[in-house]
Design a protein around this ligand. Structure first.
Ligand code: NCD
Length: 305
């Protein structure tokens, strides 16, 4: 059983809970490959997907996971809502809960927004990304996908490449990988690596070719221009030249590595198209696994009650 009624981040999750989610997700992945991809597990549960920030994969993945579990769902997005009229986050959510909603899946631009809500409301909360802070279900689906390819992650070498500073995917992955005993190396321009990040037990490198030679798997992140108020590097072209990963670079490595990306990809910047679409890439497997992993999280949180 999961220890908390919420999934706010990986920071508060122990290795045992990560194992339980992965194990449960494996069972749900099997359900998703059956002709009837649906189970009645959450038939009496109502879930609101509350998105204050843009999303494609995460939102569709949660919605599909809820439908596969037979939950009732409602969807809220900030644009077109009364948030634009000045309603507070707590008022918005309390109004949704007054309609007898049991769970909230929330994406919000402010780090800590789901943590704040969890102190004021009774429903289960799942963080679907809070600003530059955490994105726990992404790290869990990355873990699931990595374990499918590499087995146990203890001792495995995992690189996270790109805009670490603005990425919630990076922080959640660092916590998840360290808790599973993996070795983690961050790689990117020094302006995009947070100053004291080594205190989390990770290595830092600015040499992408050396990092790719070192690792068993590389999780490549998007340059999050929408979060950058100042210039962190001269131009996207220069970034692509120094940190972009191409098929040629991958083919020249002494061993096969696993290539990941949470999406959306900026083709030609962090990854060339021939790298993103190469056999090294498990990017679409990550998306497929996301549904099973989110089913596992929803199911385990709902069955705590
Ligand atoms: C990421 C996000 O929104 O945090 N995408 C995702 O959820 N799959 C990463 C990104 O936006 O670059």
């Amino acid at each position: 059983m999961l220890k908390s009624p919420h999934l706010l981040g990986i920071k508060d999750l122990d290795a045992e809970s990560i194992d339980l989610i992965v194990k449960t997700a494996k069972e749900f992945k099997e359900v998703l490959n059956r002709p009837i991809k649906k189970v009645p597990s959450l038939r009496d549960v109502t879930i609101a997907n509350v998105f204050f920030e843009n999303s494609t994969r995460t939102r569709l993945s949660f919605e599909l996971a809820e439908k596969r579990l037979s939950a009732d769902t409602i969807n809220f997005s900030a644009s077109g809502s009364s948030v634009k009229k000045g309603e507070t986050l707590l008022d918005t959510v309390n109004n949704i809960l007054a309609m007898k909603v049991d769970m909230i899946v929330m994406r919000h631009a402010s780090p800590g927004a789901p943590h704040y809500l969890s102190k004021h409301i009774k429903a289960n909360i799942i963080n679907a990304g809070d600003g530059t802070h955490e994105h726990p279900t992404q790290a869990l689906l990355d873990t699931f996908s990595l374990r499918e390819k590499l087995g146990d992650l203890a001792g495995k070498k995992i690189a996270i490449v790109g805009d670490i500073l603005h990425s919630r995917v990076a922080l959640s992955n660092i916590y998840a990988l360290k808790k599973q005993g993996a070795q983690v190396r961050l790689c990117g321009p020094s302006t995009l690596i947070p100053k004291h990040i080594q205190s989390l037990g990770v290595e830092v490198s600015h040499d992408v070719k050396d990092t790719l030679q070192w690792c068993d798997a590389a999780n490549v992140l998007r340059i999050q221009l929408e979060r950058q108020q100042i210039k962190y590097f001269p131009s996207l072209r220069e970034y692509a030249q120094f940190f972009g990963i191409t098929r040629k670079i991958l083919d020249e490595l002494p061993k096969e590595i696993v290539l990941m990306h949470p999406g959306p990809i900026n083709r030609g910047v962090e990854l060339s198209s021939d790298a993103a679409d190469s056999p090294h890439s498990i990017i679409l497997d990550q998306v497929e696994n996301g549904v099973a992993v989110r089913m596992a999280v929803l199911y385990l949180l709902a069955s705590r009650a």
